[in-house]
Design a protein around this ligand. Structure first.
Ligand code: CU
Length: 256
């Protein structure tokens, strides 16, 4: 146990220090609901067949995100996948990544969800969570890297390639009488992931153009997924009568 703690300290960050402290003293974590210490714990793992990695454990004091970065030549690279991390602690968090960009080592990093809330904006408003001047991140190894076929990247061919859709995730919060975000923007070809939640009463998520008709119960997060296979501006609205302002409760889905 002690040796493991020492190893963690030598590799990374505050989390490791805190973790080791807890392990040695065998006392419960000092975190309270008001003050959750942001942390992330990863394990080396194979990439799953459906291109997912699993984060062992993560904690955050306010709603945020976990982003997976590549690591090349010792440097942090692009974000190749992310998922939302609601305030609190979560375990076994699955994140879909871009298989063609996976590097032998990946880095999981906590990010804030700042205004405009619900959409992951990085680079942009949703910067990394920083505590004691440290970014909260942890590196892990992809054990089956050798089996992952890399797509050949043409270096001399300058023909523009058509847009390859990516997975875009949004946390959509409903409350009397609006949706946040009120505008969701993606590109044609993207996979849209909506994590639906209500903070007051039962609402609905109705997007007739994509055959979506879901209820949003307070306190329950529901994840839906669909392909943005046509471009245009579509309306999403609440279809469960939820009070005086119900009819005005709508948002725009813009697919470019
Ligand atoms: Cu309503």
């Amino acid at each position: 146990m002690y040796r493991k703690a020492a190893l963690l300290i030598s590799t990374l960050s505050t989390i490791a220090l805190l973790g080791a402290g807890c392990a040695k003293n065998n006392t419960p974590s000092p975190s309270t609901k008001e003050q959750i210490i942001p942390s992330i714990t990863t394990e080396n793992q194979p990439l799953t067949e459906n291109n997912q990695v699993v984060i062992k454990e993560a904690s955050i004091g306010q709603d945020g995100w976990i982003a997976i970065h590549t690591k090349e030549n010792g440097q942090l690279g692009d974000i190749i996948g992310y998922t939302s991390l609601p305030a609190g602690k979560d375990t076994k968090i699955k994140i879909t990544v871009d298989r063609n960009k996976v590097t032998p080592s990946l880095v999981a990093m906590l990010h804030y969800d700042r205004d405009p809330k619900g959409a992951f904006e990085s680079p942009g408003a949703d910067g990394p969570v920083i505590r004691d001047q440290q970014v909260i991140m942890q590196e892990f190894t992809i054990l089956n890297q050798g089996e992952i076929t890399k797509k050949a990247v043409p270096t001399t061919n300058t023909t523009p390639t058509s847009y390859v859709g990516v997975r875009k995730e949004f946390i959509v919060t409903a409350k009397q009488w609006s949706f946040t975000p009120a505008v969701i923007k993606v590109k044609k070809g993207d996979t849209v992931v909506l994590k639906l939640k209500s903070t007051d009463v039962t609402h609905g998520m109705f997007i007739p153009d994509f055959n979506i008709n879901e209820t949003m119960e307070p306190g329950v997060m529901k994840t839906i997924e669909f392909e943005a296979d046509k471009s245009g501006t579509f309306t999403y609205s609440c279809n469960i009568p939820c009070g005086a302002g119900h009819k005005a409760m709508s948002g725009k889905l813009i697919i470019e």
